[in-house]
Write a protein that binds this ligand. Sequence first.
Ligand code: AMP
Length: 286
Amino acid sequence: MRVVHDAADLVATYGCVVVPTMGALHAGHGALISRARRVAAEAGGGPVVVTVFVNPTQFGDASDLARYPRTLGEDVILSHRAGADVVFAPPVGVVYPAGAPVPAPALPAVADGPGLEDARRPGHFAGVCQVVRRLFELVRPSAAVFGEKDWQQLQVIRAMTAEQGLGVRIVDAPTVREAGDLAMSSRNRFLSASDRRRGLAISASLRAAGVEPTAAGAEAAMRRVLEAAGIVPDYAVVRDAETLLPVATRAAESSHLPARPCRALVAARVGPVRLIDNAAWPNPRF
Ligand code: AMP
């Protein structure tokens, strides 16, 4: 496996399957890399490239950017074990060259309409779209793997890639969880033992939502579980899985409209960390 820092060293991997990350890799990223390996094999055996780049333009808060964990040596080992061929870890000047501004692409509706991450992190999706399009330009993949963990981000990237005709297949991969069902995240390392216990209420709220037959009932169930753990969520909602807009009531859907897939989504600060998670709804098995 090669580690490269310069875009010129990527020419041989054009057409690859890429896994964009900000590093501090964990088993969730490992699962994305393994998925990329399978996608590449199905497409005839091309290479898998993992990008490791902490993108400054998607952070609203300079202190969050400064304390984002950076563990390139370990990331290289994990990437190699999970089946990557190349780790591309560019310096900021390669992604955003001085004197050659990288435009932020037009945002799809799902990036600024739903009032979820878009409302809580103004400018975040503009930064995400900017860096993803730029990485696609540098790496020239045929497919890219993204996690369901960041559900709104996944919808934003799908919509941007389609609307701008970027010609990259977007592949999703399920959320990998720690014991107790806490979704793995690079930021979980900042949770104390008691925060971690309280944080289990996040996935528990999704489980409680999953067995409720109405969206309103599901949202109420989520709030109850979170409140019992002393957590005040940024949001705990059921939305259309693709547009992330509020859903019509299930009763209305069953009488006049085709049922569309829905998603329960939750975000909340627990101790020093903002946790986000989501699951299909309804979902009696989660
Ligand atoms: P990041 O952690 O922001 O570097 O995310 C890089 C990619 O990994 C994104 O596509 C995330 O959705 C994905 N990801 C992050 N955490 C998980 C997880 N627990 N399970 C699966 N994918 C994840």
